[in-house]
Design a protein around this ligand. Structure first.
Ligand SMILES: [Ca+2]
Length: 400
């Protein structure tokens, strides 16, 4: 049987988060063990409801299509505020509810979704237990991340982080040794050589909690993407020490390549209407996304950053952390290892990515343990994203 990679998705749904979760859920290569929730695109109350509704649509869909039931992911509630600044939200893009105002019209949340989020342990009402579409936990998101990392062998579980990094930073602060058991952390965030989106200099997720982003980038100090580096990490973990983390970012530089066009949406997605619970749900928010892209950016395609980050995660699975993955990987992606830090004080530049580009530093710094070493994906090639999204989620059978 195919071995699936266990993953945790840390998220602030969010319409592109919804597609990212759906892509991961439907992929045969990963097993979502936990979904951990953070403030971000919208406040935590909306995030909780949206996550419950996304998982409900997926679970309903499995039953509607008579597909075998999947392992229910744990849903863990996390940080409602950034570590040190006031919260910022992105309702201009995602709508006040975070999902393109779907609750106004097409889609209804299960009436008792909120009751399902309460962890009742042994006391649980059996009527609730029978209808579960996710598992609850007594732990908050940061503790759940640490708990899940302890349930598997070191360097086998990936974290996909597609919201502000508050929960990850808290997990690292609480227990850096356990945090460093993660195989890698694949993050949507940052703007390296391009302008920001939430403001001139910063991308939304890094700007929404710059202190957390800075802590997480700092976990990459001393990381080497080589067989020796992999063995070194494993040795440190086995000795009960903190190991360097493999921090991967998909900044705006790269993520603008992960698009779906309005014409593809109209050709492949819209006609599916409400023919399954999942298509009904997705169609409820996708029209909104294309309208916003046109209105705000005059674009007739939508860059689905978070889902594109999940695609990167899926294509990195074969690399266990020693840099020896699929030999064709480098034909598909452009990346650099950068000493990247995040501005936490700037008046104009809060959340900005700062890169040490001094040539004379290059030979010694990345490997002497003093510099961050973040793998930054600056471009993708081949336009696979559209085909994979349309085939995996919408059964479009492109190229099949
Ligand atoms: Ca997100």
């Amino acid at each position: 049987m195919r071995v699936k990679e266990p993953i945790i998705i840390d998220t602030d749904p969010g319409i592109d988060d919804a597609l990212a979760i759906i892509l991961a859920y439907l992929s045969p290569d990963v097993d979502i063990r936990a979904i951990t929730l953070t403030h971000g695109n919208v406040g935590l109350e909306c995030v909780k409801k949206n996550a419950a509704v996304i998982l409900h649509a997926l679970n309903d869909n499995q039953r509607f299509l008579n597909l075998p039931p999947k392992r229910l992911p744990v849903l863990a509630i996390g940080a409602s505020l950034p570590l040190a600044i006031k919260p910022v939200e992105a309702t201009y893009f995602h709508g006040e509810d975070g999902l393109g105002m779907i609750y106004n019209e097409l889609h209804k949340a299960p009436e008792d979704w909120e009751r399902h989020l309460l962890h009742q342990g042994e006391e649980e009402d059996s009527a609730i237990a029978e209808r579960r579409w996710f598992e609850t936990t007594p732990r908050d998101a940061a503790d759940e991340i640490l708990y899940q990392l302890k349930q598997v062998e070191p360097l086998t579980m990936t974290i996909a982080a597609i919201g502000p990094l508050t929960n990850l930073a808290l997990a690292y602060q609480r227990d850096p040794i356990t945090f460093s058991r993660a195989k890698r952390v694949v993050i949507m965030g940052g703007a390296v050589n391009v302008p920001g989106n939430i403001c001139a200099y910063a991308e939304f997720n890094f700007r929404a909690d710059p202190h957390a982003a800075q802590i997480v980038m700092g976990t990459s100090k001393g990381f080497q993407h080589t067989p020796q580096g992999y063995q070194h990490r494993l040795d440190l973990i086995q000795q009960g020490k903190v190991a360097p983390c493999h921090i991967v970012i998909m900044p705006l530089d790269g993520s603008d390549d992960g698009t779906i066009s309005k014409s593809d949406y109209e050709k492949y997605i819209l006609p599916l209407g409400k023919s399954t619970p999942l298509y009904g749900f997705v169609n409820a928010f996708m029209r909104w996304s294309f309208e916003v892209c046109l209105e705000y950016y005059n674009l007739d395609n939508w860059a689905v950053y978070d889902a594109y980050t999940v695609l990167l995660l899926l294509e990195m699975i074969q690399d266990k952390g020693d840099g020896k993955g699929d030999p064709t990987f480098n034909e598909r992606w452009d990346y650099e290892y950068l000493d990247l830090t995040v501005e936490t004080e700037g008046q104009y530049t809060l959340g900005m990515c700062c890169v040490d580009r001094r040539d004379y530093q290059k030979d010694k710094k990345p490997w002497d343990g003093t510099a961050n070493n973040v793998q930054c994906f600056l471009a993708g090639r081949g336009g696979r994203f559209r085909d994979i999204m349309l085939n995996t989620i919408f059964n479009a059978r492109i190229g099949v």
